[in-house]
Every structure is written in structure tokens, then in C-alpha cells.
Design a protein around this ligand. Structure first.
Ligand code: GUN
Length: 293
């Protein structure tokens, strides 16, 4: 039996970045420079890495990019004041507040204070509502599910009629918007979560599996329908022993070594979903800049 095709998210993201860079050059000739403002609060090491990558890619695309690093003890009012300034700044087209936030800050209050027109993360209720209603033309779609969808389309086309899709995880950032996108593409969609009775049994009937749980190597080879397309959103840091030494390693929610033997296509971790998330953030920011014309 042949092993699954490896979906190269890194390469696809680089191709998208080139296209975005070209579109940005054109927009600049019309006097608009796409502007992305990234707000990071506290010292979470993973968030620091993500934000650095976002800033670097924004610069690669030719955007103007600003980073606002705030202390973990910043008051909610100070954060809201900063967002108000960014909301009103015509040079800023996209505003992103990196999550998770320190415990003392109200995530809902802060994400909802970004005006929907600059909400390139797609977290504002207006954008959530547009996506749920199927208005993809006008919604900002959250970056991770948007990137997953492009990789699924590459394998199966834009119309998923007759295909079963299972999303494992029901977060607002990934699981729920992912399910909306799959439904909009005519897939028959199931969302599994903590209270689901028979996750392996449901996954076994699925032509498309998107795993976004945050549990290393949870999805096993014998859960997978032969030929399924498997998208692994998980980024879990685990300790593994190598030559008698403990080393830190990134792994997904999918047991890659098992599933690669059964699926038709699979995203690796790292190099699958991660780079696509960043590319979609650039795509959303470019779109916002165009909308501002
Ligand atoms: N933290 C993890 N993923 C994301 C994301 O897509 N956007 C933001 N703002 N924070 C995140």
C-alpha cells in the first residue's frame, strides 16, 4: 500500500505570499500600503514566535507592520484605548490581538472592540455571523480554517458534495468556523468534542478529517477511512528521548506515522497548517486594504 501524499503547507504559503506581494505592489501604485498592527500582551513564548513570524511575513509582502508589546499586567482600559487608536488610524487595515490573553483581561471585550472592517482574525461577531450565514464574499474568515480549506480544495476540489467531513474540536478560532466552511462547500459535517460518544467510529466514516484538539497523537491510524484527507491543526510541544537525552519536539493531534499509512493526503506538523495560517492573515489584511479604497 502506498503512503499518503504530504501536503506542503509551507510551499503553498510561500506561493500565496508571492501573489500577495505582487498585489501589494499594484495597490502601492494607487497610494495604499496595507498596514497590519499586531498587539501582543505578556510573555507567552509560543505567542512571541507566532507574532515574530507574522511580522516577518507582513514585511515580506511589502506591508507596513507595527507591533505593540504590552506588559502582562496592563489594564483592560489601556488595551481598549490602544485598539481605539488603531481602529481610527487610516494607515492600519488589519488589527490582531494575539491570543491567549493573560487571565486578568476579558478576551471577549477586547476582541469585540476591534472594528469588524479591520478584524483580520475574523473573531468579531459580525464576521462570525457573516460566515455562519454563508456570506464568504464579505466575511473575514479566521485564518487557520481558511488555510485548511485551501489545502482541502487542492485535494478534493471546491465542491465537497457527497463527502463526509469531521472536525474534532469545537473552538471559536478553529473548530466552529472550519465546520461552517466545510458546510458551505456542501460537505456533510460532524463536529466531535469532549462529550462525543464514539469519536473513532465517526472519524472512520469521514472522507475529510480536521483535527484541532491540542492532544498529541490522539488520532490513530485505525480510526481513518482508507483514502481520507487528514488536516492536522494541532501544535503540541512534547518531550522525547533521543540518544539518551530529552529533547523538545513539535507534534500534531494526529499520529502521523500511523495515519500516513492509511490516508490519501495529510498535513505534516510542522510545515502544514501553521504557515498557511500566516498566509491567510496576509490575504485578509490585503483585502481589508483594498476595501478601504
Ligand atoms: N492564537 C492562536 N491562534 C491565533 C490566531 O489565529 N489569532 C490570534 N489572534 N491569536 C491566536
Amino acid at each position: 500500500m502506498s503512503t499518503a501524499l504530504l501536503i506542503n503547507g509551507k510551499q503553498k504559503a510561500q506561493e500565496l505570499t508571492v501573489t500577495i506581494k505582487e498585489a501589494t505592489l499594484k495597490l502601492k501604485q494607487e497610494g495604499i500600503i496595507p498596514g497590519l498592527a499586531v498587539v501582543i500582551i505578556g510573555e507567552d513564548p509560543a505567542s512571541q514566535v507566532y507574532v515574530r513570524n507574522k511580522k516577518r511575513t507582513a514585511e515580506e509582502c511589502g506591508f507596513s507592520s507595527t507591533q505593540h508589546s504590552l506588559d502582562k499586567d496592563v489594564s483592560e482600559q489601556e488595551v481598549l484605548n490602544l485598539i481605539k487608536t488603531l481602529n481610527e488610524d487610516s494607515a492600519v487595515h488589519g488589527i490582531l490581538v494575539q491570543l491567549p490573553l493573560p487571565r486578568n483581561l476579558n478576551e471577549e471585550l477586547i476582541t469585540q472592540s476591534i472594528v469588524p472592517e479591520k478584524d483580520v482574525d475574523g473573531f468579531h461577531y459580525i464576521n462570525i455571523g457573516k460566515l455562519a450565514a454563508g456570506d464568504l464574499e464579505n466575511a473575514f474568515v479566521p485564518c487557520t480554517p481558511a488555510g485548511c480549506m485551501l489545502m482541502i480544495e487542492d485535494q478534493l476540489g471546491k465542491d465537497l458534495s457527497g463527502l463526509n467531513a469531521t472536525v474534532i474540536g469545537r473552538s471559536n478560532i478553529v473548530g466552529k468556523p472550519m465546520a461552517s466552511l466545510l458546510l458551505q462547500a456542501n460537505a456533510t459535517v460532524t463536529i466531535c468534542h469532549k462529550a462525543t460518544k464514539d469519536v473513532p467510529g465517526i472519524v472512520k466514516q469521514s472522507d475529510i478529517v480536521v483535527a484541532a484538539v491540542g492532544r498529541p497523537d490522539m488520532i490513530k491510524g485505525n480510526w481513518i477511512k482508507p483514502g481520507a484527507v487528514v488536516i492536522d491543526v494541532g501544535i503540541n510541544r512534547i518531550e522525547v528521548e533521543e540518544n539518551g537525552e530529552m529533547k523538545s519536539k513539535l507534534t500534531g493531534d494526529v499520529d502521523f506515522d500511523e495515519v500516513v499509512m492509511v490516508a490519501s493526503a495529510i498535513t505534516p506538523v510542522p510545515g502544514g497548517v501553521g504557515p498557511m495560517t500566516i498566509a491567510m492573515l496576509m490575504f485578509n489584511t490585503l483585502r481589508s486594504a483594498k476595501n478601504s479604497q
